[in-house]
Design a protein around this ligand. Structure first.
Ligand code: ZN
Length: 331
């Protein structure tokens, strides 16, 4: 087990910031520009930022807490980030993905927060025999992701798979929720948001169709990835994801888990193992070397950097499609 994230340190930062904010109510200097003008829409990480920007089309400033290239799961927030949150016009995030954001959002006026986790219909991360040997053996849920049932009611998002944007249909639902909220808060611009959202959703459905057609006939159904970010994508396009690490990339796989993935790769005739861009790829390479499979890149689009295989969500998804068609041997 890796060391747990530094939550106690973070809590101290949050507490100190809360104190500072209550004693010095009017701060200055968020990047919203003109003094009394409404603040920015603060988004938690890239896919939410991108959707929000597509919807606002420049009508509102949109900022992001996770800097490009930073690994979003274990994001840490600086006091000024938290200060910016409390001055935001609206904070858009997905509960259960980034503990630091979940914790900081508590400090924000709840009427200025939009949590998209429910709209995304998150379901528990699939845990199968091959990953996390020894962890709780819940092997359920994995096959009924399509109907997005509520599972165990309540807000136990910590166990849910957060990577909704890798299924364009879930991403569209989130975009519509963001759009509805922006329109409600800013009725003057509602027609602009509605028009931009329609265009964005149309592009997502075109992408979805392209992926559906492109991945319809593939010899290999097992999708072996480094971190288990592709559960929704796999469910939508007929694959079975086997993550070498868990939903969170820093989780270290055990020797038993690595061996199990290796066995699966051999028995299922898997020829390609996918690494990603923001995470050290050595687990994927370890399995590849022991099985003779090759390593290809599949980008979970948790941020766009110069290393990304495309300049935005759509470009990277299409690069992912090319990689999948090759690696899964699709005709
Ligand atoms: Zn992830």
């Amino acid at each position: 087990m890796p060391a747990p994230p530094p939550r106690r340190v973070l809590s101290a930062v949050v507490a100190a910031t809360a104190l500072a904010l209550t004693t010095a109510a009017c701060g200055s200097g968020s990047d919203s520009g003109s003094g009394s003008a409404a603040g920015a829409v603060v988004t938690s990480f890239y896919p939410i930022q991108f959707a929000t920007q597509q919807i606002t089309g420049g009508a509102l400033p949109v900022t992001v807490l996770t800097k490009p290239g930073a690994e979003p799961h274990d994001l840490e927030l600086a006091p000024q980030d938290i200060g910016g949150l409390t001055k935001a016009r609206l904070v858009v995030y997905a509960d259960g993905f980034q503990p630091a954001v979940d914790e900081a959002v508590v400090l924000v006026d709840p009427t200025k927060v939009l949590d998209v986790a429910d709209v995304a219909k998150l379901v528990p991360a699939s845990t199968d025999d091959s990953d996390h040997a020894g962890e709780s053996g819940t092997e359920t849920e994995q096959h009924d992701t399509a109907d997005g049932h509520d599972g165990h009611d309540g807000h136990d998002h910590g166990a849910d798979d957060p990577h909704f944007w890798l299924d364009p249909s879930r991403y569209a639902a989130v975009a519509q929720a963001i759009s509805a909220r922006l329109s409600k808060d800013d009725p003057a611009n509602a027609p602009v948001y509605a028009k931009n959202t329609a265009i964005f959703v149309e592009k997502l459905s075109a992408l979805d169709e392209e992926m559906r057609v492109g991945l319809q006939q593939c010899r290999v159904k097992e999708l072996v990835t480094s971190h288990a970010a592709f559960g929704y994508l796999a469910a939508r396009y007929g694959f079975e994801q086997r993550g070498i690490t868990g939903v969170s990339p820093e989780a270290e796989p055990s020797a038993t888990a690595l061996k199990a993935v290796g066995d699966l790769v051999r028995s299922a005739g898997v020829t390609t193992i996918y690494q990603e861009t923001l995470v050290e790829p050595h687990f994927a390479q370890t399995v590849a070397e022991s099985t003779g499979a090759k390593v290809a890149t599949l980008d979970p689009i948790e941020g766009i950097t110069s290393a990304s295989v495309g300049a935005d969500y759509f470009e990277v998804m299409r690069s992912n499609l090319v990689a999948l068609r090759d690696g899964q041997e699709c005709s």
